[in-house]
Design a protein around this ligand. Structure first.
Ligand code: SF4
Ligand code: SF4
Length: 462
């Protein structure tokens, strides 16, 4: 695509990056077919190619309007278009730049400003946890719309943390809303890793990954959150005290993996940000390494390859270094560990329907790992036969800001998942879990919680 940026934009780092991205686009429109908002609205300007044109026009001097802002707001930043694009257009980076420029030129109405401010300040505030607790106490009295946003109080077992120490250690980002809303996800992660002889550490000063402010238009605030997390993790990271920084919310994972890009213009943090990003793993990326240990707990027969020390455990895994591995071992990608019989306590459980979050399958380009390895542990896991690549409509704060699009996407997704006739829906991101749960009576959980339950009932646990 040819470009002619105004001198005002061409001279900025954002302008330089946007121009390089725009020039990769060949207008083919393949991306339009896989865009959820285009599928719902049928308007070219509500698809990636149309949004790319809108951003190009603004950078070339056309004054943006409220309509430009609306078309950019309606984008879920699901990155399905990036997976589809044959030219490698980094759409998500472009749309963040476009949104920043448009928001600087087009004022939002006061109500919209207030809602956006409340979301970015409220969700990342230390007051969020007490507010959630108060909401849970009166949950039964809340109007349906609020009740859907407030999960029931977690049982005491959700706060049970393993006490054993292990030579192998990882850092876990507990997140901003997760400890208050669904605390069992974090403790279940620590318990499952403990069963594989890996100790989970936390940095108490770490908090929101930065995604909430980044997607809420507060770029500077997002960078501050990223620097704070890097500072909190750096003593352990620089000392080589942890093998990985583990994310059990794929929305946080995709953001932390891009810290290097976000902080590339900050000389004090650029190198540290790259180091942190390199060390960051989605929880599912640990599965090729830990499945053999978990299989032993679940009394699963091992394959001949594993008895020989081969298929499921990567060479790096044998050396006990999660961080030195490629993102997912070849065994994980090819699904070889799944080719075994699966008699196990888990195998007697009801079918699981897995919803792969966009931040996992498109943002991090991790596909198939959760299903492959849960099957290796005896679970009957299925992915929707239709539109498994499409967003569920959660997309961070999108479900609050764009409910007229988020709810149809949720219901469409739930319809496809219901066709699997599963007892439980599992996913890998708190936003998706909470959003899907608001539309179904079927339990929606993180996959690690289901795995933790199976381990709790393992033979040696009695
Ligand atoms: S990020 Fe998702 S919603 Fe936005 S343009 Fe791409 S496919 Fe469409
Ligand atoms: S698929 Fe890629 S190259 Fe084609 S229009 Fe979309 S962004 Fe441009």
């Amino acid at each position: 695509m040819q470009t002619a940026l105004t001198p005002e934009h061409a001279a900025t780092p954002d302008g330089v990056e946007a121009e390089a991205i725009l020039r990769k686009c060949v207008h083919c429109g393949f991306c339009t077919a896989t865009c959820p908002t285009y599928q719902l609205l049928g308007d070219e300007l509500d698809g990636p190619r149309g949004r790319i044109y809108l951003i190009k026009q603004v950078l070339e001097g056309h004054a943006p309007t409220r309509s430009t802002q609306l078309h950019l707001d309606r984008c879920l930043t699901c990155r399905n278009c990036e997976t589809t694009c044959p030219s490698g257009v980094q759409y998500s980076n472009l749309v963040e730049i476009g949104r920043r420029i448009v928001d600087a030129e087009v004022p939002r109405p006061p109500g919209e400003r207030m809602l956006r401010w409340a979301l970015k300040e409220g969700l990342t505030s230390p007051l969020f946890a007490p507010a959630m607790k108060a909401g849970q106490l009166v949950r039964g009295l809340l109007p349906a719309a609020f009740k859907a946003k407030v999960p029931p109080s977690a049982p005491a077992s959700a706060h049970r943390w393993p006490q054993r120490q292990h030579p192998r250690k990882v850092l876990l980002l507990t997140g901003c809303v997760q400890p208050a809303m669904l605390p069992n996800i974090n403790s279940a992660t620590a318990r499952v890793l403990d069963a594989a002889d890996i100790q989970t550490l936390f940095a108490t000063d770490a908090g929101c990954c930065g995604a909430i402010r980044l997607h809420g238009g507060d770029h500077d605030g997002a960078l501050e959150h990223m620097r704070r997390n890097i500072d909190a993790w750096w003593p352990l990271v620089s000392a080589g005290g942890v093998e990985a920084i583990v994310m059990n919310a794929s929305g946080c994972g995709v953001t932390v993996k891009e810290y290097g890009h976000s902080l590339r213009h900050d000389p004090a943090y650029a190198d540290k940000a790259n180091r942190v990003a390199d060390l960051t793993r989605d929880l599912s990326e640990l599965l090729p390494d830990i499945v053999p240990a978990l299989q032993a707990h679940l009394a699963l027969p091992r394959t001949a390859g594993e008895r020989g020390g081969g298929a499921a455990l990567s060479p790096a895994g044998r050396e006990g270094r999660v961080a030195d591995r490629p993102a997912l071992s070849p065994a994980g990608r090819e699904g070889r560990v799944a080719d075994r019989p699966t008699p196990s306590p888990a195998g007697r459980m009801k079918r699981l329907a897995f919803h792969p979050p966009c931040t996992l399958q498109h943002g991090q380009q991790l596909r198939g790992g959760v299903e492959t390895h849960l099957r290796a542990l005896g679970f009957d896991v299925q992915v929707a036969l239709n539109e498994a690549h499409l967003c569920c409509g959660s997309a961070g704060t999108y479900s609050v800001l764009q409910p007229e699009l988020a709810m149809p996407l949720r219901d469409r997704k739930l319809g496809h998942l219901a066709a699997l006739d599963a007892g439980t829906i599992v996913s890998a991101n708190i936003g998706c879990i909470q959003h899907l749960q608001s539309g179904t009576a079927t339990p929606v959980r993180h996959w690690v919680e289901v795995l933790d339950d199976a381990l709790a009932h393992r033979p040696e646990s009695g």
